[in-house]
Design a protein around this ligand. Structure first.
Ligand code: ZN
Length: 207
């Protein structure tokens, strides 16, 4: 894919997230990896209006190379790319149901959501939750990087999900699956629930 095509794909994904209320206001950020550079949505931008010629360019060390100033959450994207050589796209949102789950007390921080459906088991697998840090607190970078080595997604406490993909459509699919599973999980609170078995999950797990 050319850089122009990738930029257009970022914008199409941004609009898709925004118009379906998977992100709101000026929250959420999207990045793609292009050789050793990262294109990421800029600080203060809305995914409803950000333009293809207004993306920030950084490297995996979070150095600002070109374009407007990057999102203050860009360091999380860079951490995921350092950890996952196969990842070419990262999406972070404050999607309602995922954010709601990130505020729950008493969940298993190593794996927040049970494997309710096959698609969640295939696209996400395990979902660790990282401890609360203020937005933009880069001291979370090292933990994000070590967590991303073994997980395609993680949840930031009282905040929202970060999801990696081998392509931007794959990252979007995984983010949507996470959000829908978070919604199911909340709907099922107080109901007896039968998640997939360990064996069923093992047969489906992402690598
Ligand atoms: Zn955020």
């Amino acid at each position: 894919m050319t850089e122009a095509e990738l930029r257009d794909e970022v914008i199409a994904t941004a609009r898709s997230l925004f118009t379906r209320s998977l992100t709101h206001g000026r929250t959420g950020n999207i990045s793609v990896r292009l050789d050793d550079r990262i294109l990421v949505t800029p600080t203060g931008s809305s995914l409803g209006t950000v333009r293809a010629d207004h993306l920030s360019v950084i490297d995996t060390g979070v150095h600002h190379l070109a374009g407007p100033r990057p999102s203050k959450e860009a360091f999380l994207h860079a951490a995921v790319y350092r950890a996952r050589p196969g990842a070419t796209a990262v999406i972070h949102t404050h999607s309602t149901h995922s954010a709601a789950v990130s505020c729950l007390a008493g969940v298993d921080q190593r794996n927040v959501l049970p494997p309710l459906t096959a698609y969640f088991a295939m696209r996400i697998g395990r979902l660790p939750m990282l401890p609360y840090h203020a937005p933009g607190d880069e001291s979370l970078g090292a933990l994000a990087e070590s967590t991303a080595r073994d997980n395609v997604a993680f949840l930031l406490s009282n905040h929202g999900p970060v999801v990696a993909g081998e392509s931007l459509p794959a990252a979007l699919d995984a983010l949507e699956e996470l959000e829908e599973t978070a919604k199911l999980f909340l709907l099922l609170q107080g109901h007896r629930t039968r998640p997939l078995t360990d064996r069923q999950v093992r047969d489906l797990a992402p690598r």
